[in-house]
Design a protein around this ligand. Structure first.
Ligand SMILES: C[S@@+](CC[C@H](N)C(=O)[O-])C[C@H]1O[C@@H](n2cnc3c(N)ncnc32)[C@H](O)[C@@H]1O
Length: 387
């Protein structure tokens, strides 16, 4: 029998997608659905192969608990392993028996064939799979020598793969940007001062420049402050973004959202919009950061965030594979009300955190329920919240 990816998740019906439904529905093309499915399978296989690389196949065949596997390992290994074991069980590569996880039989771990299927159904996305291979081949010293994940995953060899990942041409990443753009464009005032946090490879700024000028609203932006904590991203943006995001009135600045923004030159009530795409989940103290961000918005100004979101906190998302090795993702202040555990949050947790910090008039794009109940694979969303 010819190999397949199994059944693809159905695209949600328009009535589940809210006021921006027509724009959002266009995301659910066959290549998008193929890529999503192939990425989940590829991540699961890569994850199990990594455990084999570490020499644990026999232990998994005998059945191992999280505690068994962590014995003798650096303490930092516990969080990613606590994610991997249930993830692998959810993807049917391990079987859970009480507290133990067991490897049974010979699961299909072929990556070459999977790449071929992805290339046929979603051409041009090999880079996403290269990145997963790169994580597997670089991360072993995290387990064996206790080396920090940041240094291993953001080295010079993997940097081009990250750049290739954070692009609008990548159907696996583009939804983050599109949904945030839809949440931002409503009600952006004339002469708007906008700041983007963790702007990274600049893909959102590029989309905004292109789509905002096509639709005639980009000219409302008087200042676009492009910021990131990582100087490599910032310098690259300074070199390349003027050409890649034409017409956007760019300013560049290094900015760490874990340090008071006032100390970094951002004045109180000075901004009309603050944007953060897949960055706020690394706020070490989410409450403190959200309060700080709100104080820098003009009255009525908006925080607009794009985030991977989980249908429920207990469900591992395949995208979390990368991030479990990164301290800024795992070592955060927890709060039972809005951040009971590290990692991506549910829409309800974001709502609780934003409201607690004094934001109001929250608009989710798309409205997350009942969408995520019926389509648990839909794990991205944007929210706009008024200061
Ligand atoms: C998932 S990437 C988002 C990339 C970006 N939106 C794009 O399209 O390229 C997260 C970004 O947040 C930045 N970041 C991480 N920690 C940060 C912090 N404490 N303050 C500000 N930015 C941070 C990273 O350097 C990275 O560029």
């Amino acid at each position: 029998m010819a190999p397949t990816l199994g059944p693809l998740e159905a695209a949600p019906s328009l009535d589940l997608l809210g006021p921006h439904g027509a724009d959002i529905a266009r995301l659910f093309t066959e290549p998008f659905l193929v890529l999503h499915r192939a990425s989940a399978i590829y991540t699961a296989r890569t994850c199990l192969l990594l455990l084999f690389d570490l020499g644990w196949e026999d232990r998994l065949r005998a059945g191992a608990t999280l505690d068994n596997l962590c014995e003798g390992l650096p303490a930092q290994c516990r969080k990613p392993l606590a994610w991997m074991l249930p993830f692998l069980a959810g993807e049917n590569l391990l079987v859970r028996e009480g507290e133990a996880y067991v490897l049974r039989g010979e699961p299909d771990l072929d990556l070459t064939e999977l790449r071929q299927l992805a290339e046929e159904g979603a051409p041009g996305h090999a880079g996403n799979f290269d990145l997963l291979d790169g994580v597997r081949s670089h991360i072993q010293p995290f387990f064996t020598e206790g080396k920090p994940g940041e240094g291993l995953l953001f080295d010079l060899t993997l940097y081009p793969l990250w750049l290739a990942y954070f692009r609008n041409e990548n159907l696996g990443y583009y939804p983050n940007n599109l949904l945030t753009l839809l949440a931002l464009r409503e009600g952006l005032p004339e002469g708007a001062r906008v700041l983007e946090l963790g702007a990274g490879a600049g893909s959102f700024a590029q989309l905004l420049a292109r789509q905002g000028s096509e639709e005639g609203w980009a000219s409302r932006i008087a200042e676009y402050r492009f910021t990131d904590v990582a100087l490599t991203f910032l310098r690259r943006a300074q070199r390349e973004l003027k050409a890649a995001a034409p017409g956007l009135p760019l300013q560049f600045q290094s900015l760490d959202l874990n340090r008071p923004l006032g100390d970094q030159g951002i004045e109180a009530q000075s901004l009309d919009a603050i944007i953060g795409i897949n960055v706020l989940h690394v706020a070490q103290d989410l409450e403190r950061t959200l309060l700080d961000l709100r104080s820098k918005l003009k009255p009525g100004g908006r925080l607009v965030i794009g985030e991977c979101m989980k249908p429920d906190l207990g469900t591992p998302l395949y995208l979390e594979f990368f991030f479990g090795f990164i301290k800024s993702f795992t070592d955060v202040t927890l709060d039972p009300r809005w951040r009971p555990r590290h990692g991506f949050l549910t829409p309800e947790a974001w709502e609780a955190a934003l409201c607690h910090a004094g934001f109001g008039d929250l608009q989710f794009v798309p409205p997350p329920r009942p969408l995520m109940d019926q389509h648990p694979g839909f794990t991205v969303g944007a929210v706009s919240a008024r200061a």
